[in-house]
Design a protein around this ligand. Structure first.
Ligand code: IDP
Ligand code: MG
Length: 155
């Protein structure tokens, strides 16, 4: 099954939304395989947001992302990279669809509560960037058989 990276950003930490945001992913049926609270150094952020390095807003985004620790989470599920992106909603939160995390809980472009990997390739790179192998846990989840039909998870 796929794995993807989610970061719960400093605006969510400041607003006390961490538990509610994690619940949205749990409610969806995603399996928690890694979670930690961490501060993001310049080098890690420059790699993580390398596609934004030359944008005029990037210094502001970097200092926003360093304004508190963030919660890094690795979720697992069938086609979960796409499912998690959809659950987060579009970048500009005030335009994000109702029902999404950004659509329901945020208004800003920068302070949009969550990061989620944007492709299968990016997810693999980002999970490795934020987690050591020893911080990711494979275990049998009793939820799996209820969340999926057997033809989806067998073979
Ligand atoms: P994404 O988080 O939806 O994948 P990206 O384009 O990868 O969006 O941008 C990464 C993050 O950089 C955004 O979530 C947001 O916090 C910030 N950001 C993107 N575009 C802008 C902008 O135009 N102004 C301010 N911050 C921005
Ligand atoms: Mg992105």
């Amino acid at each position: 099954m796929e794995r993807t990276l989610v970061l719960i950003k400093p605006d969510a930490i400041q607003r006390g939304l961490v538990g509610r945001i994690i619940s949205r992913f749990e409610d969806k049926g995603l399996k928690l395989v890694g979670i930690k609270f961490m501060t993001l150094g310049d080098q890690l952020l420059n790699e993580h947001y390398s596609h934004l390095l030359d944008k005029p807003f990037f210094p502001g985004t970097r200092s926003f992302m360093q304004s508190t620790p963030v919660v890094a989470i690795c979720w697992e599920g069938l086609d979960c990279v796409d499912a998690v992106r959809r659950l987060c909603g579009v970048t500009k939160a005030r335009e994000a669809a109702p029902g999404t995390i950004r659509g329901d809980l945020a208004m800003s472009v920068q302070a949009n509560l969550v990061h989620a990997s944007d492709s299968i390739e990016t997810a693999a790179t980002e999970v490795k960037r934020f987690f050591d192998d020893s911080e990711l846990f494979g275990y049998s989840s009793s939820m799996t058989g209820a969340v999926y039909s057997s033809d989806e998870i067998d073979g």
